[in-house]
Design a protein around this ligand. Structure first.
Ligand SMILES: [Fe+2]
Length: 273
């Protein structure tokens, strides 16, 4: 099964640039590349920060662009999004009983569980950080139990990582410590979680956490510089990307497509002694 992972599209109102980049043009280019290269993909998931300022017009343009993808798309929200504006533009996307944008979706390779890690609408807290309170933990426990009973593998998708990645500027705005602790304790109890996908960092990173493999990607918009010393992240024009995930019964393979690459191409046979 082939799955496309997109993240951090950060759309603005059409025409408005962000850090010297037109995020809508970037997403248009990614969608065209995906449509040309990966029409055989079963599903596409976008792990949040769909827009930069949560403007209704940005969600309308997002919806228009995504209609050009040849496969169904499951968007989830990030800290830059407005839950209300997202739900107004995407009324068909299910929400849980508490109004969080959380859902499950069955594929030929297993069950996708999409989580909402954004601060609750009326809750106090820091907007950039991630939250997964007791109510959302209960919802996830129910979904993990159901998948276990159904005998299907689980693939988790969320915006904020539930752990630090060693970059100081981001380790201050992942899932808040208490929620991350509960989240980790819950996941440790299950053996059918095959992979954890997230966004938020705007960089390619992979590893494992409590034995669960994870990966994240460059944004389609601006990137974050890899600086292990700075307290503040500085954005860069490093190459954007999207993920091409190949899922087999015994293997998960994550490729990152450098969809804007326009440099030279060399035939290996052209170099001779
Ligand atoms: Fe982002």
């Amino acid at each position: 099964m082939k799955l496309i992972h997109l993240t951090d599209t950060h759309l603005t109102t059409p025409g408005r640039t962000l850090y010297g980049i037109d995020p809508l043009a970037r997403l248009n280019a990614a969608v065209a590349h995906i449509a040309q290269q990966h029409a055989d993909a079963e599903i596409c998931v976008i792990t949040g920060d769909l827009t930069h300022w949560g403007e209704p017009a940005a969600y309308v343009s997002l919806r228009e662009v995504l209609q050009r993808l040849p496969m169904p798309v499951l968007p989830l929200i990030g800290n830059h999004d407005s839950r209300a504006a997202f739900c107004a533009a995407f009324p068909d996307v299910p929400r849980d009983a508490s109004g969080f944008v959380q859902l499950t979706h069955d594929t030929s390779a297993g069950r996708l569980i999409l989580l909402d890690t954004v601060l609750g609408d009326a809750a106090p807290g820091r907007k950039s950080a991630g939250y997964f309170d007791a109510g959302r933990i209960d919802w996830l426990r129910q979904q993990l139990d159901a998948a276990q009973q159904d005998g299907v593998a689980v693939f988790l998708f969320m915006h904020h990582p539930p752990f630090g990645v060693g970059i100081p500027a981001f380790d201050d705005i992942n899932l808040v410590a208490a929620d991350a602790l509960e989240f980790g304790a819950l996941l440790r109890g299950y053996r059918h979680i095959r992979h954890l996908f997230f966004g938020h960092i705007h960089r390619p990173i992979s590893g494992s956490w409590h034995g669960i493999p994870f990966s994240t990607l460059p944004a389609t918009a601006h990137q974050s510089g890899l600086d292990f010393l700075a307290d503040t992240d500085l954005f860069t024009h490093e190459a954007p990307g999207y993920g091409v995930v190949l899922i087999q019964p015994e293997q998960v393979t994550v490729h990152i497509s450098d969809f804007l690459y326009n440099g030279p191409l060399f035939d290996p046979a052209s170099e001779r002694l």
